[in-house]
Write a protein that binds this ligand. Structure first.
Ligand code: SF4
Ligand code: SF4
Length: 346
């Protein structure tokens, strides 16, 4: 079949797969189906200190607003290796920063569309980089349904993937939205959460979620949630790990993937990694985590997390490194180190 007899939509998706994306779909822009749930979620205070969420509320609830003139979204997903072993760092954060990887490819896709239609195309790629409800767009583009764990689940890939969108001015023919709910009577994710963070199916109280506590929260962790965090140093995969769709369909990372763990993480266990983080200088941190998603928590946040982990899984052998942290310049680190020392009985 010649290029001209194949629709632009089909060629666009083929190009997305050629760029390495695992899923691609198209939707038109408009009011979000989940706007009401999003508002209720904000009203209940479940966004915690993530103030950018209510601030961008209007735009998040109508995907025509973030980029005036845009009419369609090409929504893509990229596997980050749900079949890889679990560990103290959530799988998505072990390698290069997904924002960089996804944006590079979406920019390449944008360039391809412009070349294909023979003129500049007004558009912009988004990867958690603007006020868009990307899961909502992904469902509209047919990529999957919202699991009770709030992740988008695809019936042939599970949920261990990143989402990104390229908004364009073109009026593309949309794919059929994903209407089915394939969770059925399953409640595994709701029961498995270590911190009881689900207020109900598809309702996450982020202020109790380990991903929020170890990454987004900049201050002290609530004392009652420190123990259930266990050995999780950065993020949490529990409610995805227990999902039958991931047990069956999640995939390994290709060898050349940029999400392969970097040397600073490797296959280290939680205790070894926590000790190393607590001993790190700012310069060590820049050297080891440049271009990594883990930079988001900053060194003070990672040291805070490391202290909590040692308080949970450490022994008196870890007392010297925690005592050293009592002299840290950051009061946040000092307080969590003192908590950990008390926990390990040192
Ligand atoms: S990521 Fe972890 S802490 Fe957050 S809801 Fe899922 S299981 Fe609970
Ligand atoms: S664990 Fe069960 S309820 Fe939760 S998202 Fe997966 S299928 Fe849905």
């Amino acid at each position: 079949m010649s290029a001209t007899s194949t629709s632009l939509e089909t060629r666009l998706k083929a190009q997305a797969f050629g760029l390495g994306f695992d899923l691609a779909g198209i939707c038109s822009l408009g009011p979000a189906d989940t706007a009401e749930e999003f508002d209720q979620w904000l009203t209940r205070g479940f966004a915690g200190t993530m103030e950018y969420l209510p601030r961008g509320r209007e735009k998040r609830c109508d995907s025509r607003l973030p980029l005036p003139g845009a009419a369609s979204a090409i929504v893509v997903a990229l596997n980050y290796g749900g079949r890889e072993p679990s560990g103290p760092v959530a799988r998505y954060a072990r390698g290069d920063d997904y924002h960089d990887v996804m944006l590079e490819r979406l920019r390449a896709l944008h360039g391809w569309v412009a070349a294909e239609v023979g003129r500049p195309v007004h558009g912009k790629p988004y990867v958690d980089t603007g006020p868009l409800l990307e899961r909502d767009l992904a469902r509209r583009a047919g990529l999957g349904w919202f699991g009770k764990n709030t992740n988008l689940i695809n019936p042939s890939l599970g949920s261990f993937f990143f989402l990104g969108s390229l908004l364009v001015e073109l009026e593309l023919t949309p794919d059929a939205p994903f209407e089915a709910d394939r969770c059925g009577s399953c409640t595994r994710c709701l029961e498995a959460c270590p911190t009881d963070a689900f207020a109900g199916p598809r309702v996450l109280d982020a202020t109790r979620c380990i991903s929020y506590l170890t990454i987004e929260l900049k201050g002290a962790m609530p004392v009652e949630l420190r123990e259930p965090i266990g050995d999780r140093l950065y993020g949490c995969d529990v409610c995805q790990d227990v999902c039958p769709w991931n047990e069956r369909f999640s995939q390994r990372l290709p060898d050349e993937s940029r999400f392969v763990p970097r040397a600073a993480i490797g296959k280290k266990d939680a205790r070894a990694l926590a000790r190393e983080l607590l001993a790190m200088t700012d310069e060590d941190f820049r050297h080891s985590f440049s271009g990594s998603a883990m930079k988001r928590a900053k060194l003070r946040g990672l040291k805070r997390n490391a202290a909590v982990v040692l308080g949970n899984v450490g022994t008196t052998d870890d007392a010297p490194i925690l005592e050293h942290a009592l002299g840290d310049a950051e009061p946040l680190v000092r307080e969590h180190a003192a908590w950990a020392l008390a926990r390990i009985g040192a």
